[in-house]
Write a protein that binds this ligand. Structure first.
Ligand code: ZN
Ligand code: FE
Length: 256
C-alpha cells in the first residue's frame, strides 16, 4: 500500500488522478481531458509521468491526450479500438481481463460498457483502488450513451463483486445531484441521508466528495440496489426484475 494518489479537478466537474509508486519512481495519470491541469498537477507533485490510462473516448477524458504524451513521453494505455469512436494516440490497447504493472502495483482492466461501449475501468487489487470512469459514480452511474441498460447493469454487477473496502475514484463530481435523486427513490435510507448531508458539507467547503468506498456505494447508491425492497416499493415495482427496476431508475435520473 505504498502507492501515493493525488486527485486534481479539471473542466467544470471532472477529476483526474495521479498515481505514484515511490519504490520504482513510476507515475500514472488516469484520463486526459485537460493537458494543462494534468501537467500542473505533475509539476506540483514533482512526479514524471510514465503511463497515461484512458477510460473511454469522450473528449472530457481524451482532449489533452496528445499534448500530455508529447510533453511527458508517457506511454498511453486505453480501450482496444473498435467498440466506440477511435482514440488517437493509444500505444497499448487493453481489453477485459488484461493486466499491466504500475511500478510494484498490478493494474487489472475491467471492461464496463454502458455509458460507452469502450469503457475500461482500472483496478489495483494490492492497493484496493478502482478507477470507475463514467461507469460507477458516487451515488450514481453514467448515462447510457452507447450501451443498453442491460450492459450497464451487468457492468455494475461486476464492480459490486470487488471487496467492500475498495476505494472508488470516479471521473466526475456529480455527487449532490446524484444524492438528491437517490433520496427521491430511497427516502427512508438512513445511511443515504447521512451521506448526502456529509456531501453537502464537503461541497459547501469546496472539497471533493470523491473518492468513496464500495461499502458506501452498496449502502446508498440506488443503481447498485435494484433488488432493494424499499426502492422497489417507492417505484411501485415490487414484483419486477432487476433490469426493469434499473431501467426505470436510469430513466428517472435522466429527467431529474
Ligand atoms: Zn463520458
Ligand atoms: Fe466524462
Amino acid at each position: 500500500m505504498s502507492l501515493k494518489i493525488h486527485q486534481f479537478p479539471y473542466l467544470s466537474d471532472n477529476y483526474g488522478v495521479l498515481l505514484h509508486d515511490p519504490s520504482s519512481n513510476t507515475t500514472a495519470c488516469v484520463d486526459a481531458g485537460d493537458a494543462e491541469a494534468a501537467i500542473k498537477a505533475l509539476e506540483q507533485q514533482n512526479w514524471t509521468l510514465d503511463l497515461l490510462l484512458i477510460t473511454h473516448h469522450h473528449a472530457d477524458h481524451t482532449a489533452g491526450l496528445e499534448q500530455i504524451k508529447q510533453k511527458t513521453g508517457a506511454r498511453v494505455i486505453g480501450p482496444k479500438a473498435g467498440a466506440s469512436a477511435a482514440i488517437a494516440g493509444i500505444d497499448q490497447e487493453v481489453q477485459d481481463g488484461d493486466s499491466f504493472q504500475l511500478g510494484k502495483s498490478e493494474v487489472q482492466v475491467i471492461h464496463t460498457p454502458g455509458h460507452t461501449l469502450d469503457m475500461m475501468n482500472y483496478y489495483l487489487p494490492q492497493d484496493g483502488v478502482l478507477f470507475s470512469g463514467d461507469t460507477l459514480f458516487t451515488m450514481g452511474c453514467g448515462r447510457l450513451f452507447e450501451g443498453t441498460a442491460a450492459n450497464m447493469l451487468d457492468s455494475l454487477n461486476r464492480l459490486k463483486q470487488l471487496p467492500q473496502q475498495t476505494t472508488i475514484y470516479c471521473s466526475h463530481e456529480y455527487t449532490l445531484h446524484n444524492g438528491g435523486f437517490a433520496l427521491s427513490v430511497d427516502p427512508d435510507n438512513i445511511e443515504l441521508q447521512v451521506r448526502v448531508a456529509a456531501a453537502e458539507e464537503l461541497r459547501a467547503n469546496n472539497l471533493p466528495t470523491v473518492p468513496s468506498t464500495m461499502a458506501e456505494e452498496l449502502a446508498t447508491n440506488p443503481f447498485l440496489r435494484a433488488d432493494d425492497e424499499a426502492i422497489r416499493k417507492t417505484l411501485g415495482m415490487e414484483g419486477a426484475d432487476d433490469l426493469a427496476v434499473f431501467t426505470e431508475l436510469r430513466e428517472r435520473r435522466n429527467n431529474a
